[in-house]
Design a protein around this ligand. Structure first.
Ligand code: URA
Length: 192
């Protein structure tokens, strides 16, 4: 466990704990404000993220930014975005259980330093790892639970919304629920 953000980041960028390090172009550490009250967690980098070293910069990232901005959330201001695994799984396959377990301490350390009030899981993989291994995201998205003193909610993955645009309105409702919760319990998010 690193107490300094810079030390955590520089060690994460050198990580060789699993074989994904052999095929990556960049470690995708995360992006945003490390003092944010709201943290978003995705699954793992795709091709664009791997090449640019930043999470959610491809098509699904553009959709994510649209939904974020609509509720006054901005990756360069008042949120932090990270992934369960920091390196791209080849062909964008799901990260294996082993890869997730070998990588999760980086995310735990990020979360321990950020101390978010709210965590939003983007998609099934993150929701199962962070919230509940038995979560049924199609039924339970948009619903807040409390775990370890942090409010958590899952929403549909933006890539799933691109494949299935009919689900966009109900996913956007999750962002409206999130905004309500932020207004209730977050002070800083409004000021950034
Ligand atoms: N999908 C994810 O889950 N994370 C990213 O960073 C990009 C796409």
């Amino acid at each position: 466990m690193y107490n300094s953000w810079e030390e955590l980041k520089s060690n994460c960028l050198k990580c060789e704990k699993c074989s994904l390090c052999k095929t990556r172009h960049n470690v995708v550490f995360g992006i945003g404000n490390p003092n944010a009250e709201v943290m978003f967690i995705g699954e793992g980098p795709g091709e664009h993220e791997d090449l640019q070293g930043e999470p959610f910069v491809g098509r699904s990232g553009q959709l994510l930014d649209k939904m974020l901005n609509a509720v006054d959330l901005y990756r360069d201001k008042n949120i932090y975005i990270a992934n369960i695994v920091k390196c791209r799984p080849p062909q964008n396959r799901d990260p294996s259980a082993e890869e997730q377990d070998l990588c999760i301490d980086w995310l735990r350390n990020q979360t321990a330093l950020i101390k978010p009030k709210i965590i939003v899981c983007l998609g099934r993989i993150a929701a199962m790892k962070i919230m509940n291994p038995n979560i049924k995201i199609t039924k339970e998205h948009g619903i807040f639970i409390e775990k370890n003193g942090v409010l958590m909610m899952a929403t549909l993955h933006p890539a799933a919304l691109l494949r299935n645009p009919s689900q966009k309105p109900s996913a956007f409702q999750d962002f409206l629920n999130l905004r309500e919760k932020i207004n209730e319990i977050c002070v800083k998010t409004v000021q950034y």
